[in-house]
Design a protein around this ligand. Structure first.
Ligand SMILES: *Cc1c(COP(=O)(O)O)cnc(C)c1O
Length: 826
């Protein structure tokens, strides 16, 4: 048995020695992803939003014994070193200056033990796709170790490289940076033999002084490579590479280069290229035709040609090149099931990530995994499937459906309820919808198993209209606002009205995972719904009805108390309860909606003082005009009054409470008034209400529908109800599957609204009907089944709202319940 000890100032060799002694094989940076406590080392990293030291006690309780941290006194409840032996008698603590740097040093040390060739990929776009494609294209010859998904950060890179083992023959890792100096830490971890610089975006990047600086910083990844692949048409990259004299393999669309494209003809979704390489002219058919895909494929082609692959073999491999799904989708399915569609690829690292997501779904009901053979692990089947069985068990999967000859052979390793099939067809032939009910199902398969067929049978027939919700964008926005907060400021997120139309528990769940402090809903039933779906965060209810206090207590919700009447109702309902109820006191400072006025305060404090069963957690007020600069002095006045009233209330209560007043716009406009907490609303969903910092946010919701019919309408005819759409000339009309019952406002009718279809804008013609409307697509290429965007990525919702004299809040919350929400991460 170990005794608790502190080892100061580690060096990687020492840690590595130690990781061998104690078979510590797993590097853990996120307490939620713990899988193998006994063989994990936890790195307590202090990030912008979390302090890893906080999770040491929880992890210790779960069996983790090895901790790398910055100061043992950061651990909750540790007041002195002597406490360690009492609280954590079996733990080892390695105290270092920076846990992140220690993680990186350890990964670099691990890397230095292997002499295989390694590709490093950086650039503004396409890193993940180039990595995945290059791995696909080289996999007939090599056993590739690569970053899982887009693990390219200061933490992601070391975790990726840590996967290297003696069976691998090639490494492909991506690296991304967001500010200067970061690349210098990543280079020794990847220690690339070859580099690929995909491209450089023109967008001004917050972390860098200029585009030149961004290029120079990224190039630091490649200072020691034997060869750097890039497109020399990116002039600024080319100049920087030449200035540094790095050995290069270049390709170009327009100038002499190692690989020069002479012509490129795009037709039928393919690109027919001729090119000159090594003095010879040759041709290839690339299986994708969009600009970005062509660029990504050219980087790969450069590598294949340089490696000396014969042209017919290259064509053969290109033909099999599969699209890289960048998103992991969650979809509603038959019998109240929920599907996580991850038919992206199936390696061990990816399996862990997807299972994590499944584990963190708070829905009640079974968790089922449909899993194909796991490919490209470099391990023997025996060891591999033992590891797979371990992961599946530790992630608390209730039922496993294994598909594939190899996984079937190893079925005795799996302990949970399970069925096995040798291939996808056998499963589909045996498929009975009744066998699946109220479950969350992860569908995870290597591409050759074609699990999209399985997804299709599970997917309920959906009405053509969907609201796609990008959860990664949501988290980006959350972090954008968090970055503005003082370290001690808490964050409450408003998930009222179905999370501004975006979903309900799905959004709450992501927020819970990302550890916001509080949620707020408008009505009690919204809070009950979240609780019933496994949300355990504290939830404030802003408008509790007097008859809902029993439910409030039953579900541990926390009411907003805004008037003496509601306070009395709350008192009456809690009179004989021993369990105290947390409440929040709303103050009216000028919004004149809900809240106590200054005159009420003395009475409120008096009543509360005599009611120990009510515990005031916070007091707050709401700004009436934070979004407009015009109202700045009014807002300042509100804050001033709030501070005074809150102080008076606290004095009356005799104990301190949290104070908060800023909504999304307030966070941007009045950083000096964050107080103890802020309340984030619309900003999370991608709309920056002041309009000053919209570029900092990402679009979360995209409302899409499909074309049901396309027809030619002769001149002189009319379109739709009341004959309002007049075809003065012959027109091509597309009927799309969205109407006012879906939340598409009638005011968008008759040319006011425009939808985005196949890259072009098309105006609404005629009145909008209940379930459909018509679009003028004269002269455009539009076909039945084409996707149509109402708002989202290409149609800015704020501008759209302005055209009908409303605000984005209304458009978001109007999307009706019958529109399916599809959640994805990208
Ligand atoms: C809705 C709401 C918010 C959030 O407002 P946004 O403008 O969406 O940021 C904050 N506080 C209260 C009391 C609210 O009702």
């Amino acid at each position: 048995m170990l005794t608790s000890r502190i080892v100061a100032g580690i060096i990687p060799a020492q840690v590595l020695q130690y990781t061998q002694d104690y078979t510590a094989q797993h590097l853990l940076t996120d307490s939620r992803k713990m899988l193998h406590p006994a063989s994990s080392v936890f790195f307590a990293i202090k990030g912008a939003f979390h302090n890893g030291h906080t999770y040491v006690p929880v992890l210790y309780a779960k069996g983790v014994r090895q901790f790398i941290l910055e100061d043992v006194l950061y651990i909750p409840e540790v007041k002195s070193v002597a406490d360690l032996n009492i609280l954590f008698p079996e733990a080892n603590f390695w105290q270092v200056e920076s846990s992140l740097r220690a993680l990186q040093q350890l990964a670099a040390y691990h890397r230095s033990r292997f002499s295989l060739p390694v590709f490093a990929i950086t650039g503004s776009n396409g890193k993940t796709i180039v990595k995945e494609w290059l791995a696909q294209l080289l996999s007939p010859d090599e056993l590739v170790c690569k970053s899982p998904r887009s693990y390219n950060s200061q933490i992601g890179v070391p975790l990726s490289v840590w996967q290297l083992n003696e069976h691998h023959t090639l490494g492909i890792f991506e690296a991304g940076i967001s500010k200067p100096a970061e690349m210098e830490y990543l280079r020794p971890i990847i220690k690339p033999t070859y580099g690929i610089f995909t491209n450089i975006g023109s967008a001004h990047n917050q972390g860098f002084a200029s585009r030149q600086q961004k290029i120079a910083e990224k190039l630091k990844l490649f200072t020691e490579v034997e060869l750097l692949f890039y497109c020399q048409d990116h002039t600024s990259i080319h100049e920087a590479v030449q200035a540094q004299g790095l050995p290069a393999f270049t390709w170009s669309r327009s100038q002499p280069a190692n690989l020069q494209i002479i012509s490129c003809r795009v037709a039928g979704g393919q690109a027919n290229i001729t090119f000159r390489f090594a003095g010879e002219e040759q041709g290839l058919l690339l299986p994708y035709a969009d600009e970005a895909s062509i660029e990504n494929m050219m980087h790969c082609l450069a590598v294949l040609l340089w490696r000396g692959l014969p042209i017919d073999e290259i064509q053969h491999r290109l033909n099999k090149l599969l699209p890289v799904a960048m998103r992991l989708e969650m979809k509603e399915a038959i019998n109240n099931c929920y599907l996580i569609d991850d038919t992206y690829n199936n390696d061990l690292a990816g399996l862990g990530i997807a299972l994590d997501l499944l584990l963190h779904q708070p829905r009640q009901g079974k968790k089922t995994l449909i899993l194909s053979d796991v490919l490209q692990s470099g391990l023997s089947d025996e060891i591999l499937y033992r590891q797979v069985a371990d992961v599946v068990k530790s992630k608390k999967i209730d039922r496993l459906i294994g598909i594939g000859a190899t996984i079937s052979r190893h079925q005795d390793k799996f302990e949970q309820e399970s069925q096995f099939y040798t291939d996808t067809d056998e499963f589909l032939n045996d498929f009975k919808p009744d066998n699946f009910r109220n479950e969350t199902i992860l569908v995870k398969g290597a591409r050759i198993f074609q699990f999209e067929q399985i997804v299709a049978v599970f997917q309920r027939k959906v009405h053509g209209t969907v609201l796609e919700v990008n959860l990664d964008a949501l988290v980006h926005n959350l972090n954008y606002y968090r970055a503005k907060l003082q370290p001690a400021t808490k964050i409450m997120v408003m998930v009222k009205a179905f999370a501004y139309g975006s979903g309900s528990y799905e959004i709450a769940n992501i927020l819970q995972f990302h550890r916001v402090d509080y949620l707020a809903v408008a009505y009690t039933d919204e809070g009950v719904h979240l609780r019933e779906n496994g949300i355990s965060l504290p939830i404030m209810v802003m408008n509790p009805s007097p008859d809902s206090f029993a439910k409030i207590q039953q579900y541990h919700l926390e009411p907003e108390i805004y008037s003496l009447e509601i306070l009395q109702a709350c008192l009456a309902a809690t009179q004989n309860k021993s369990q105290p109820l947390n409440i929040h006191i709303k103050l009216d400072t000028g919004m004149h909606r809900l809240g106590f006025t200054p005159e009420d305060l003395a009475t409120v404090a008096q009543i509360l003082k005599a009611a120990p069963q009510l515990r005031v957690v916070s007091t707050f007020s709401h700004l009436a005009g934070a979004d407009e600069a015009l109202h700045n002095s009014f807002s300042q006045e509100q804050v001033k009054q709030f501070r005074e009233m809150a102080a008076q209330l606290e004095a009356g209560l005799g104990y301190p409470v949290l104070k908060h007043i800023l909504n999304s716009a307030g966070i941007v406009r009045f950083p000096e008034h964050q107080l103890n907490m802020v309340r984030l609303g619309i900003g999370l969903y991608g709309v920056e209400a002041t309009g000053q910092e919209q570029e900092g946010l990402r679009t979360v919701g995209t409302l899409k529908t499909t074309v049901s019919q396309v027809k030619e309408v002769p001149a002189g005819e009319t379109v739709g109800y009341s004959r309002r759409g007049v075809a003065a000339t012959p027109k091509k009309i597309a009927t799309i599957a969205i109407g006012y019952a879906d939340g598409y406002d009638r005011r968008f009718g008759n040319g006011v609204g425009q939808v985005w279809v196949n890259g072009q804008l098309a105006p609404i013609i005629g009145n909008i009907c209940m379930d459909m409307c018509m679009v003028d697509v004269t002269g455009l290429s539009v076909h039945v089944g084409d996707a149509v965007e109402i708002f989202g990525e290409h149609r800015n919702i704020t501008q759209l709202a302005q055209t009908i004299g409303t605000i984005p809040y209304e458009l978001l919350t109007n999307v009706s319940a019958r529109v399916k929400r599809i959640f994805f991460a990208a």
